[in-house]
Structures are given as structure tokens and as C-alpha cells.
Design a protein around this ligand. Sequence first.
Ligand code: SF4
Length: 304
Amino acid sequence: MSFLNAEEPSACDLVTDFGLNILWHPSLGMELGDNLIKLLRDCASGSRPLDILVFEGTVVNAPDGTGEWNRFAGRPMKDWVTDLAAAASYVVAIGDCATWGGIPATAPNPTDSVGLQFLKRAHGGFLGRDFVARSGLPVINVPGCPAHPDWVTQILVAVATGRAAEISLDEFQRPKTFFTSFTQTGCTRNMHFAYKVSATEFGKRKGCLFYDLGCRGPMTHSPCNRILWNRQSSKTRAGMPCIGCTEPEFPFFDLAPGSVFKTQTVMGVPRDLPEGVERNGYIKVTLAAKAASPAWAEEDIFVV
Ligand code: SF4
């Protein structure tokens, strides 16, 4: 569904401008029933070339490793994943479930779910850590809950136009072009972060969401404030904390009561600090920032 909202480029642009032939998609695919099964079998056997397998959703292994709890086109979905991943030139995992297992893989993980090549932070996943597609590349992970539609289409264009080798991946096989900077990069609340002015309610324009509402923007790798949603906004711009959904640990603290939208602290200091910041350094910087805070930092400066 996120893919259908893409704008730069759009799903239509992929077909008309970049020559992609979308063989099948849950909402766009024409084949149903036996015709779909034949299409998938042809792709798996190689009689129909499969350039890019784009997989969304977790891989369900329950019960007892059979995958019978998630059947698709006449057999366990996991068996299609095995066959199609072996046949595809490139494999792209979209969203947290396909990349790391996502919410279904959260303990106690009753569906025995895994991502394609990771289970949370552990390398391996369903296909195994040594898996590479026919092109020689491992699974390209585009996480997010959901993944931004333009991250999806821009990666597909890069692969389809022969520039896949230029896609540099980080340690979690995420394209560095999207997942090196932080959600905080480009956030309109950075000055409130700097002067430790806190927002304590959702939807307010003033204040940073880090100090009370659990914003994970300083330790989450995503371009959410560079490549905006619907070209105009983001969670933090709308007054909603970043929940860290592009990181393997999402959902953080396993959704324990009291851990959602609430900054977890140890003796008054946030338990999770901005990446690379030490606790003592954080205390010194925030004390100085509070003391140096100008009067306007306490005002709503986004006056219409
Ligand atoms: S902590 Fe969150 S709200 Fe505050 S500046 Fe960073 S991204 Fe924006």
C-alpha cells in the first residue's frame, strides 16, 4: 500500500519511464488462482525470468517449521520465498517484517517469524547469512513500518537501470543513501533539542519530543525529515515522536506497558542517548544548554 503512494518516482513512472514490468502485486496483479500459481511456478523454474523479487511481510515458520500458518497460492508462503529468491537476480525486502521479522517476531514470537536475512539484529534470517541472489548481492533491506514509498521506488529504479552495484549497503544491508543520517537530520525541532526545551503533548509545534515523549530521532537511521512523507511532513514535524521503526529492535522494549511514547530514564537521564553520546557528556551538555537557553526557545516561533 505504501508503494502505491510513491511520488518520486511513482508506481506509474516505473512502468512508463523506466520500463519495469510488474509481474504481480497484491493490488495490481491481474492473475488469480491457477493463473497466479502458474506465473509463480514459471518464475521459480526460470522459464519466466525474474529480475527482482520484492518481498513484504514476515516469513512465518510455524507450526513446527512447516509454515502452514501462512499459506499463499496453494502452499506455505515460505516455500515460495525459497524458490523465488533462488530464481531472482535481486531480492529486496520491504518493511520491518521482511527485513528483521518486525512486530510478529517480537518475543514470544508465536508464529516463529523471521526476516529474509535477519532476525532482529542477528544476521541469518530465513535465507541464511550467506545468501546472495543471482546478481551476487545479498538481500537489499528497505525497513520501516511502513517503508517510505519513495525509498522503495528509488531503489527499484536503481536496480532496474543497472545501477545496483552503486547501492552501498550498511551492516544491516540498508542502502546507505537513505539510512546513514538520522531521523533528527532535518527535524524542525532541532533548536528545541539543543536548548533542552521539551514537548509534553502530541501535536504541539513547540518543544522537542526526546525528553519526555520517547522520540528516537537522534538514534534512528532514516531520512524521514529529508525525504518527507506526502512531500510535506514527518512524524516529528506533526508532533509525534519517532518510534525508531527503521532499526532492527523495533518495537523497542517489546511494547512493555509504560514504554511507549515515554522516555525511559535511569536516575533522570534518558536510558537511550543520541548515538555516540556518553552519559557524563550528555549531563554536562544538557546542563549547559539549559543554562544558555534563550527566551525565544520557550516560545512557539512557528507563528502563522
Ligand atoms: S529528538 Fe525527535 S523531536 Fe527532538 S529534534 Fe530530534 S527528531 Fe526532532
